[in-house]
Design a protein around this ligand. Structure first.
Ligand code: PMP
Ligand code: GLN
Length: 388
């Protein structure tokens, strides 16, 4: 684990704290989730719901996840085949640990959420990370080259780790892209582990339309897909760490075998509260996306005005910029200096890459913050060209 001793998010958050900078690095909202959710969890704590919940999760939450998948995605899920985990992070880790032996290969895309590489290393497996690069489309988005994707597969491929909406690029994969990934997974008899934590954060101007497409909804894919999500993003409670995974019974059983020796269980008072929140009216979910889209615009306009190239974000909490037009040659160096230069913290995209050259001058900003915080950040960033 030597290459994984600290995370870029923790380092940049610590830097922001030390310098008093506005933290647009680590992706967490600065407002709380729905009041009913908070009140339910608090009532559960004071009401004695504080001991180990059942291993697979509280029945009400497993049923609510199944109902949510039917309501939003038309997926038919048996609550028996839902496993509650300690955040999406544990679901991903348990899936990779359960499915991969040393020497097996995991195909994913880079930049990637940083736990992917660490988890694959824990399993003793090998990561094959396919680059996502800006496409020539207007507006540009990040996409993969189909030949490069094919070349990443081999007879040792066991898992394809997919994340859409995608952190950190803000890309939302289209049906055509997901179908291509699914075909290659089927050809190599690999399992798709689909990280869909940003499922409710797709914007109305996303290139493929304002809809998230779960991999399991594609023809023939439900039988080889583990679908993962979490309460952290959807309900703005990233510190609660309650996630879930569902899929074919034999795959979920394998994940459960690994999960029970990682954390066993967690989040007893949170699980029933999240079950109720998953049943909130549609307006809650559409307002979430609409509010974030406005915040994306507020920050993106400011980043552009500061002289950065902005790659439009179609979903998630994040927008990627290129600092090269400001003469920057190293995004890591810029992110270490940014709090001092203008009082704003961000994260370098190379921290999400197996090949740091890929994101050399790219910097990720999070827009899941209050409007006044974003406005202040934009004001500060306006001074960036003069300070470099
Ligand atoms: N996947 C992605 C793509 C993420 O950005 C995050 C963010 N934290 C996670 C998984 C982890 O989710 P959780 O906090 O539920 O473990
Ligand atoms: N998912 C969040 C991000 O990408 C933070 C996760 C973390 O700190 N591990 O910023």
């Amino acid at each position: 684990m030597r290459p994984f001793t600290s995370t870029i998010f923790a380092e940049m958050s610590a830097l922001a704290l030390r310098t008093g900078a506005i933290n647009l690095g680590q992706g967490f909202p600065d407002t709380d989730g729905p009041p009913s959710l908070l009140a339910d969890a608090a009532a559960n704590i004071t009401g004695g719901v504080n001991q180990y919940p059942p291993g697979p999760g509280v029945p009400a939450l497993r049923a609510a996840v199944a109902e949510h998948q039917s309501r939003f995605h038309g997926l038919s899920v048996d609550p028996e085949h839902v496993l509650v985990t300690t955040g999406a992070t544990e679901a991903i880790a348990a899936a990779v640990l359960a499915l991969c032996e040393p020497g097996d290969e995991v195909v994913t895309f880079q930049p990637y959420y940083d736990s992917y590489a660490a988890t694959v290393a824990l399993a003793g497996a090998t990561l094959r990370a396919v680059p996502l690069r800006p496409t020539p489309l207007r507006p540009p988005t990040f996409g993969f080259d189909a030949d490069e994707l094919r070349a990443a597969f081999s007879p040792r491929t066991r898992v394809v780790l997919v994340n859409s909406p995608h952190n950190p690029t803000g890309a939302v994969f289209t049906a055509a892209q997901l179908t291509r990934i699914g075909e290659l997974a089927a050809e190599h008899d690999a399992v798709v582990v689909s990280d869909e934590v940003y499922e409710h954060m797709v914007f109305s101007d996303a290139p493929g339309g304002p809809a998230h497409i779960p991999v399991a909804t594609l023809p023939g894919m439900a039988e080889r897909t583990l679908t993962i999500s979490s309460a952290g993003k959807t309900f703005s409670v990233t510190g609660w760490k309650v996630g879930w995974v569902h899929g074919p019974p034999e795959l979920v059983a394998a994940v459960r075998a690994a999960k029970q020796y990682l954390s066993y269980v967690s989040g007893a008072p949170f699980q029933p509260a999240i079950a109720a929140a998953l049943a909130l009216p549609d307006a809650f979910f559409t307002d979430l996306a609409a509010g974030l889209q406005r915040k994306r615009d507020l920050l993106s306009v400011g980043l552009g005005a500061a002289g950065l190239t902005v790659y439009p974000s179609a979903g998630t909490y994040f927008v990627i910029t290129d600092a090269a037009p400001l003469g920057v040659t190293d995004g890591v160096d810029l992110c270490w200096r940014l709090p001092e230069l203008v009082g704003v913290a961000a994260v370098p995209v190379s921290g999400f890459c197996a090949d740091p050259e890929l994101g050399r001058t790219l910097v990720r900003f999070a827009f899941c913050k209050r409007d006044e915080v974003l406005t202040e950040a934009v004001d500060r960033l306006a001074g960036l060209p003069a300070h470099l």
